[in-house]
Design a protein around this ligand. Sequence first.
Ligand SMILES: NC(=O)c1ccc[n+]([C@@H]2O[C@H](COP(=O)([O-])OP(=O)(O)OC[C@H]3O[C@@H](n4cnc5c(N)ncnc54)[C@H](O)[C@@H]3O)[C@@H](O)[C@H]2O)c1
Length: 486
Amino acid sequence: MARRLKMAAIGGGVIGGGWIARFLLTGNDVAVFDPYPEAKRIIGDVVAGADRAYRLLFDQPLPARGALTFHDRIEDAVAGADYIQESVPETLEIKHKVLGAIADSAPAQALIGSSTSGFTPSALHGGLSKPGRVFVAHPFNPVYLLPLAELVAGPANDLGVLDEAEALLASVGMKGLKIRAEIDAHIADRLLEAVWREGLWLVNDGIATTGEIDDAIRFGFGLRWAQMGLFETYRIAGGEAGMTHFIKQFGPALKWPWTKLMDVPDQSDAQSGMHDLRTLERIRDDNLVGFLRVLQQNNWGAGKCVADMARTLRDATAEQGGGEAVRDGYPLRLHAATVPESWLDYNGHMTEHRYLQVMGDATDAFLAHIGMDEPYRAAGRSVYTVETHIRHLDEVDGGAWLNVETLLLGADTKRLRLLHRILDGDRLVATGEHMLMHVDTEAGRSSPFGAPLTGRIAAIAALHAPQPLPAEAGSVIRALPREPES
Ligand SMILES: NC(=O)c1ccc[n+]([C@@H]2O[C@H](COP(=O)([O-])OP(=O)(O)OC[C@H]3O[C@@H](n4cnc5c(N)ncnc54)[C@H](O)[C@@H]3O)[C@@H](O)[C@H]2O)c1
């Protein structure tokens, strides 16, 4: 993984707290400046919520947290920082004061992002003596789960500053979207504002309640938007003729008096509910985690960021020794996993099929290790599991960190015999023996391994074959009388 970074957060409220949580939980150090006396507690609550969400999102250990420090002066917080995120209240006067102090005392190469929802970079730059490294990095709440940061620069910015920011934010699992031109409220909030304004008008005109409007979104198009956005969704809606047909069909409607893009009525949209704020945040996070997991499985949209982040976290934990990888030895250690709450059964222990999931993931890690990648599979070659024997040896609690040891017990031109041992600390909790078959997926038949797998299997076999076969190899289910003896 990239080296451990030093981040600074100036302002640690709702948004600053979310940035802090993302930075810390990806293993980076964070120095905070926020004069509010309750800031420490609020940040602690946000980090705890984020930690819970990450344990549900990632089936693997998280790296050791970075160090969190609090400082009384901006100069102290930004000293030595690689990246500084400003998240103070949305007032131009405060932004100028704070960004001026940051830019004047930050290291020359530090990146300085502002969370501003509305101000353009040029508006932020007004009055700054060193505006070159200060740009907009507008995130979305909760920052620790939603990957998007809109990145915007102005004429006073150093060339390439957004490219640097994009690369650095990718290392903490974020998608930096570079915006082509600076406008008030960037892209996403402009879109949201249009929807919000229509919502307020519908309430104002007595057409719908706030609850009905929320239902119209969450039971319908809101679900589509999370995975395909606006234009790709409409492309599909146009059927085989695509967008052309869609515009022909619905385009004229845009001229009808459906929309009322005018002043926002002054009306409270407070929607009473039976949940308090903390409960709502937890429900929101659980739902987002579920969506992100599906998108990750499908390697689609925001799920790609989660997949990249999972890889970065895995490398970080390996480097930190938590689940230290052994890529070239006996036994191999290629896979580690944490046990989320959702994996527990009614006894409060890891449920049966998750043992197989951990072993299946360890097999995938082994196959990736010997070179089975996307191009290899795209050429019509793959490996199928044809036989498995698992022994469940001990209970596993929620939150446990599991490491898997993998032994190559045997191989021929088409088959591999693997043994996985799942360890919880020093405790052996399960073993699994698996026969894998190399296949020609188009012909639907077994076939010999191809390069580079052949060479890598031979290299591992040269290390593993001289070792005696472990006692558990070849174990079978013990015979019992066919009927209980009376
Ligand atoms: N809330 C959102 O949904 C959201 C989303 C994206 C971006 N933003 C932007 O993020 C920024 C912060 O918004 P928020 O919702 O976190 O507000 P907030 O009120 O929750 O937090 C602001 C924090 O800044 C601190 N602060 C005040 N003056 C300060 C100073 N001089 N130096 C350092 N800290 C100071 C406050 O103590 C507070 O903790 C705003 O620019 C906002 O537009 C908000």
